[in-house]
Design a protein around this ligand. Structure first.
Ligand code: ZN
Ligand code: ZN
Length: 177
């Protein structure tokens, strides 16, 4: 079974509280217990990182729960996470390792690359380049970088960034400052 889909099943389950205990037992048996523990422990640090990303983009942290993101975001994050913890990702020079918990960042537009928070620039795209103007949701290339809505979500210590066109934006426009 694909690990990303297994995790998504867990996170999207309507009866999460009851299921977590059961899932924890299975997850620990499968060697991923640390993931559940760290998901809780790293949340505050990760929230600060998300706030910094939002501030950098002139936006706000939105109260969107993980299951409210569309499938392509949740599965994209979980697939990226699964690729990392099974040792198939490229990383920054610091070699962030899932067995040494720390916040890490991935981006929808650079699949297979995981960086530490000091190396987030490695995820940058050349400003105004076609990739910089491509919607991660539908693949549309918009005329201007300013037409892309940047967002990030996280699962535990794992931050996942993406950008969408107006048509794919699924959160309210932040109030003008
Ligand atoms: Zn690094
Ligand atoms: Zn789109």
């Amino acid at each position: 079974m694909n690990l990303a889909l297994a995790l998504d099943d867990l996170l999207g389950h309507p009866d999460l509280a009851r299921v977590v205990e059961d899932a924890r037992t299975h997850t620990e048996a499968a060697g991923y217990g640390w993931l559940l523990d760290q998901a809780g422990a790293a949340t505050q640090h990760t929230q600060r990182i998300l706030a910094a990303i939002a501030a950098e983009g002139g936006g706000d942290l939105l109260p969107v729960t993980f299951t409210q993101h569309p499938d392509w975001v949740r599965l994209g994050l979980l697939d990226s996470l699964a690729t990392w913890i099974t040792g198939q990702s490229s990383t920054c020079l610091h070699g962030p390792d899932p067995m040494r918990p720390q916040p890490v960042v991935a981006a929808a537009w650079k699949p297979g690359l995981i960086v530490c928070t000091a190396c987030v620039r490695l995820l940058s795209l050349r400003k105004g380049s076609p990739k910089d103007r491509t919607c991660d949701g539908c693949g549309t290339v918009v005329p201007d970088t300013g037409d892309i809505w940047a967002n990030a979500t996280s699962y535990g210590e794992f931050v996942y960034r993406f950008g969408v066109c107006d048509g794919c934006r699924y959160w309210p426009v932040p109030a003008a400052a």
